[in-house]
Design a protein around this ligand. Structure first.
Ligand code: BES
Ligand code: ZN
Ligand code: ZN
Length: 502
C-alpha cells in the first residue's frame, strides 16, 4: 500500500473514497466536516439530528456525493466521545474503515486527522496509530491460495490530507513510524502463518539472512556442527528428534557502537511442536506451526528498530528447530547437559521451548553484557488458560524493566499482564537426579511461572523479563486489526520499548 501525507483540503480531494472520523460530540460550525456537510446540503447534520448516525464507536455510514464534492463516496465512522479517545480506538476504527472500503472494492482512500483539543494525543501519535490500524487491519495471508485469487481485494493507496502546512511534517513522521512498525508486524505474521513444511529452521534462517542483508545488519547463523561444538546440549536434545537441521540465528543492529545500551531479545523458534515423545493430542496440533512466533517477533522487531534508526544496540537471537518424535528423539527421564553446564532431567519432551531458550539465554550471558534481556515465547498452555488471548504474560523480578514494558504495552496497545515470579515457585523444578527438571510435578503448578523460573536459572543477574505469548500469538478474536491468524504479538510492544529506551 502506498502511504503519504499531502497538503490540501479534504473536501477538495478527488478519490474513490474519503474517510471522515466523527465524534459523538461533534462541532459542525467550522472545519472540514462543516464544509463537507454544507456541500452535501446538511446530510451529516441531518443524520445526527435523526439519530441515524451519532458518532458512536465504529458506527458506519456510507454517503454518495452525487457530484457535490470531487470524491465519489464518503465513509463516516464514529470514534465515540472526544475525551475518551485513545490510540487503540484510532487503530481499531481506522482498521474497520479501511477493511470496509477494501471489501467494497475501493482502491484509494484519503482521510484527515482532527486532533481534538480535549485530548492529549498528539498529531504524530494519531497519524502513527491510524497507519498501524489500516496496515494491520487490511493484512491478508494469501500465499497458498491458487484458486479465486482474482477475487482477493486490496487497498492500494492511503493519503492523509492536512490543510495546515506547518503540521504536514509531523503527520508525515507519524505515518512513517506507523508504517515501519506495521510492516515489521505483518512480516512477522507472514512467517508465523507459513506451515511447518515451508517454514523449517533452514527457511527461517534464509529469510533472516535476506532481511539482514537488505538492511545492512550483522548476522550469524550457527548450524548443527557449531551448535554441537559450543555445547548447547539442551538445544541439541530437542533438535535430535528431527531430520531438519536446527539453526541458531543471531542478528545485530548497531554492533559497533559501544556508547549505546545493549538490549538482547530472544525468541522461541520451534517451527513445529508435535510434543516429541510426549506427543500432543491430534486435535488442534496444526496450530503448533505457530510455535516459532517468538523467533518471528524478535526478527520483526530488529528490522523496525533498524528502519527507525533507534539509538540502541539490539541483538536478536532465535534458536530454531522442530520438536518431533523419532528413534533419535529425547525421552522422558533423559538428562541433558546445557551450555551453562547445568544438567536438566527431561520429564516432558513437550516442554521443549524452555530447553532451547535455556541455551540461548546462557549464550547471551556468555557473549554479551546486556543492559536487559527479554525473551518471548509461545511457552505454556497455562499462560493461555490464565490470561486468554488478549494479554501476553509478563514475568520478571526486575521492577524497572517491568515498569518500562508495562508502559510500552499501554502506548502500543500490545498488552501485557504481569504474573508472579516469586521465589516460592522455584521448588517445582527441583530434580532428584539432575540439577533441575524441565517441568513441575505438583498438580497446581502455576505452569507459566514454573517455566519462567526454569529460564531464569540460565540468565544470571542480568536484568531480564519473560513474555509468554502462547495465548496472544494466534487467533485473537474480536480485534478489528487482527482478524484470524497470526497477530505478531510482542512486535509492537518491543519496538515501542526500544523507541522509549533511556
Ligand atoms: N508450545 C507449547 C505451548 C503452547 C500451548 C503454545 C498452546 C500455544 C498454544 C509448549 O511447548 C508446550 O507444549 N508446553 C506444555 C508444557 C507442559 C508439558 C509443562 C504445555 O503448556 O502444555
Ligand atoms: Zn511443547
Ligand atoms: Zn512449544
Amino acid at each position: 500500500m502506498h502511504i503519504r501525507a499531502k497538503s490540501g483540503k479534504i473536501d477538495q480531494e478527488s478519490t474513490d473514497a474519503i474517510i471522515i472520523y466523527l465524534f459523538q460530540d461533534m462541532d459542525f460550525s467550522t472545519g472540514p466536516v462543516s464544509r463537507i456537510d454544507t456541500a452535501l446540503d446538511g446530510a451529516i447534520r441531518e443524520l445526527y439530528e435523526n439519530n441515524d448516525f451519532n458518532g458512536k464507536k465504529d458506527q458506519k455510514q456510507l454517503l454518495y456525493t452525487h457530484g457535490k464534492l470531487p470524491t465519489k463516496r464518503i465513509l463516516l465512522i464514529g470514534l465515540g466521545a472526544q475525551d475518551q479517545l485513545t490510540l487503540d480506538t484510532i487503530r481499531k476504527t481506522a482498521s474497520n474503515a479501511a477493511t470496509y472500503l477494501r471489501d467494497h472494492g475501493i482502491k484509494s482512500v484519503s482521510t484527515t486527522i482532527h486532533a481534538p483539543t480535549s485530548t492529549a494525543i498528539s498529531r504524530l501519535d494519531q497519524s502513527q496509530a491510524l497507519v498501524e490500524g489500516v496496515l494491520l487491519g487490511t493484512y491478508q495471508f494469501t500465499e497458498f491460495k491458487t484458486i479465486d485469487t482474482e477475487k482477493i481485494k486490496t487497498l492500494a493507496e492511503l493519503t492523509i490530507i492536512e490543510e495546515d502546512d506547518s503540521k504536514l511534517e509531523v503527520i508525515s513522521s507519524g505515518m512513517k513510524i506507523g508504517e515501519s512498525i506495521a510492516h515489521a508486524t505483518n512480516w512477522t505474521r507472514d512467517l508465523i502463518s507459513h506451515p511447518g513444511n515451508s517454514m523449517t529452521p533452514t527457511i527461517l534462517a534464509d529469510t533472516t539472512k535476506n532481511m539482514a542483508e537488505s538492511l545492512g545488519l550483522d548476522y550469524c547463523i550457527l548450524s548443527m556442527p557449531e551448535i554441537e561444538e559450543i555445547g548447547m546440549g539442551s538445544f541439541i536434545g530437542v533438535a535430535k528428534g528431527s531430520q531438519e537441521p536446527a539453526k541458531f540465528i543471531i542478528v545485530e543492529y548497531n554492533r559497533d557502537n559501544p556508547d549505546l545500551d545493549t538490549i538482547v531479545i530472544v525468541g522461541k523458534g520451534i517451527t513445529f511442536d508435535s510434543g516429541g515423545i510426549s506427543i500432543k493430542p491430534g486435535q488442534g496440533m496444526e496450530l503448533m506451526k505457530t510455535d516459532m512466533s517468538g523467533a518471528a517477533a524478535v526478527l520483526g522487531v530488529i528490522q523496525a528498530v533498524a528502519k527507525l534508526n533507534l539509538p540502541i544496540h539490539l541483538v536478536a537471537l532465535a534458536p530454531a528447530t522442530e520438536n518431533l518424535p523419532s528413534g533419535t528423539a529425547i525421552k522422558p527421564g533423559d538428562v541433558l547437559k546445557s551450555l551453562s553446564g547445568k544438567t536438566i532431567e527431561i520429564i516432558s519432551t513437550d516442554a521443549e521451548g524452555r530447553l532451547i531458550l535455556a541455551d540461548a539465554l546462557a549464550y547471551v550471558a556468555k557473549h554479551y553484557k546486556p543492559d536487559a534481556i527479554i525473551d518471548i515465547a509461545t511457552l505454556t498452555g497455562a499462560c493461555m488458560h490464565a490470561l486468554g488471548p488478549f494479554f501476553t504474560g509478563l514475568m520478571s523480578q526486575n521492577e524497572n524493566l517491568v515498569e518500562d514494558i508495562e508502559d510500552a504495552a499501554k502506548r502500543s496497545g500490545d498488552r501485557v499482564w504481569r504474573l508472579p515470579l516469586d521465589d516460592d515457585y522455584k521448588a517445582a523444578i527441583k530434580s532428584d537426579v539432575a540439577d533441575l527438571c524441565n517441568i513441575g510435578s505438583q498438580k497446581y503448578l502455576a505452569g507459566a511461572t514454573t517455566a519462567a523460573h526454569f529460564l531464569q536459572v540460565f540468565v544470571g543477574d542480568i536484568p531480564w523479563a519473560h513474555l509468554d505469548i502462547a495465548g496472544t500469538a494466534f487467533n485473537v478474536p474480536d480485534m478489528p486489526y487482527f482478524k484470524t491468524g497470526a497477530t505478531g504479538a510482542g512486535v509492537r510492544l518491543l519496538i515501542d520499548l526500544a523507541m522509549h529506551w533511556k
